[in-house]
Design a protein around this ligand. Structure first.
Ligand code: EPZ
Length: 420
């Protein structure tokens, strides 16, 4: 749990961690070259620990030093992802594409229903079927097999991040050309493309609506030395909100400003002052903040769904009525009831939240039900009067490296205690 004494105005400088959602598919991609890979600036978070445990189970050799991971996948000789690890992290489904590329088969358990909605994988399966993969299920397991993985033309019904990544990974060692249309355009997709091309693959179009992959053979792939993961735009956004919600100031280093634009635009709209110094960004508050008539989460470059909960916490403290619509996940408002326990005035109507700002939130005992909800509750606690206890630190630790240390460095009164 996190114990926070609210009321401090934050100020200072933070170096942003490497991206969780870029590191995970890139670690999965290392299965493809059966060689050594050195990946830098990987965040030290629980989801990475789980991915590493899975890769070790499959036969990889891993050496971790600070934020550098050296992974050799030469001896990977298994294609089954252990159920208990799969359940801990739904995004391990992206291993399926890499295992199919390497071995022509994969055995995964149906990814755990996540805290934010059912999280189906129909788009992954439809795309892989077009590439010649046959699926059989039994006892909660999905067995994927392709006598020959071949390139295909695939049109995604929805620009799913995970489906885009899985199909990219399957396409690298498929026979022929794979064209995927209506793909996700998130920066993490571009990072995955860059990593695959550094490995010797031939992937083009990431960041646009269409990705094209020319299949190659494993002997065409080589080891990757010192690949640096892009900064985590959601962690960056979370720290920006920490400064905004306490009406303070923050300077962030290790940012790619372009990736933050959808978040910066909305923070500016509330009245935050944001100074863009190219490789770093500064936010401060010099006047009362205002509510947002409309905030809709959308696929990139729209406003990111992962910043919806942090923004709800901020808007709960801003005078006026804000309307927030979640269009990506069905059930991603669980933090609203916890914010209400702190005095927030939030009404949920389907996938829309109506947030009426209050003058002062009050400390309470609240519980995180997912990663970004946990971050939002910590942010609200920074601004609340008195002490807040945020249960469910395990969720927050999945995605944020040392959030309590970073916030304390900015002047927050926060400690993390493990429940005995
Ligand atoms: C990735 O999840 C991220 N996770 C999520 O971040 C992020 O919220 C999400 O993309 C959207 O940006 C990682 O990258 C590890 P999707 P993913 O497939 O791939 C539906 C965080 O907090 N869908 O783009 O699971 C799905 O149910 C996490 O860091 C299907 O219907 O997201 C959801 O409603 C949370 N069928 C929507 O699409 C499918 O086959 C978006 O899902 C696949 C997805």
């Amino acid at each position: 749990m996190y114990i926070i004494q609210g009321g401090e105005t934050l100020s200072g400088e933070i170096r942003v961690q490497g991206s969780k959602n870029s590191s995970l598919p890139i670690l999965a991609a290392t299965i493809l070259n059966g060689s050594k890979n050195t990946i830098c600036d990987v965040p030290k978070i629980k989801d990475i620990e789980v991915m590493n445990q899975i890769l070790l189970h499959l036969g990889a050799d891993i050496v971790e030093k600070d934020n550098v991971i050296e992974i050799n996948t030469e001896n990977v000789n298994k294609f089954d992802v252990p159920e208990q690890l799969m359940r801990r992290m739904r995004s391990s489904i992206v291993l399926m594409g890499a295992l199919l590329g390497r071995f022509g088969k994969a055995k995964v358990s149906y990814p755990g229903g996540c805290e934010i909605g059912p999280r189906p994988i129909d788009l992954h399966l439809k795309g892989l079927s077009l590439m010649g993969v046959n699926f059989t299920e039994g006892h909660g397991f999905l067995y994927a097999k392709a006598s020959e993985l071949k390139g295909a033309e695939i049109h995604l019904d929805f620009p799913s991040v995970g489906a885009t990544e899985n199909l990219m990974l399957a396409g690298v060692l498929a026979k022929g050309t794979t064209i995927i249309r209506n793909v996700a355009k998130e920066p993490e997709i571009v990072d995955l493309q860059n990593f695959l091309n550094r490995m010797g693959a031939n992937v083009k179009g990431a960041g646009t609506d269409t990705i094209k992959i020319e299949g190659c053979r494993i002997q065409d792939l080589k080891q990757v030395n010192n690949y640096t993961i892009i900064p985590d735009r959601i962690a960056a956004g979370t720290y920006l909100v920490a400064a905004a919600i306490t009406r303070g100031q923050i300077k962030l280093t290790n940012v790619i400003v372009e990736h933050l634009e959808p978040i910066l635009a909305k923070l500016r709209e509330t009245g935050c002052v944001i100074v863009n110094n190219k490789a770093e960004i500064e936010l401060y508050v010099d006047k009362p903040l205002v509510s947002l008539d409309s905030l809709r989460t959308l696929p990139y470059p729209g406003f990111p769904t992962d910043m919806q909960a942090p923004m709800m916490a901020l808007l709960a403290t801003v005078e006026g009525t804000s309307i927030l619509t979640e269009t990506i996940f069905e059930n991603r408002f669980k933090h609203a009831q916890e914010l209400r326990r702190m005095g927030a005035n939030i009404t949920i109507n389907g996938n829309t939240a109506i947030i009426k700002g209050v003058k002062q939130l009050s400390g309470a005992i609240v519980e995180a039900k997912d990663l970004r909800a946990g971050a939002a509750l910590i942010l609200a606690a920074l601004a609340a009067k008195g002490e807040t206890i945020v249960e469910g630190a395990a969720y927050v630790e999945r995605g944020y490296e040392n959030i309590e240390g970073n916030l304390a460095a900015l002047g927050a009164k926060i400690i993390k205690k493990h429940k005995i």
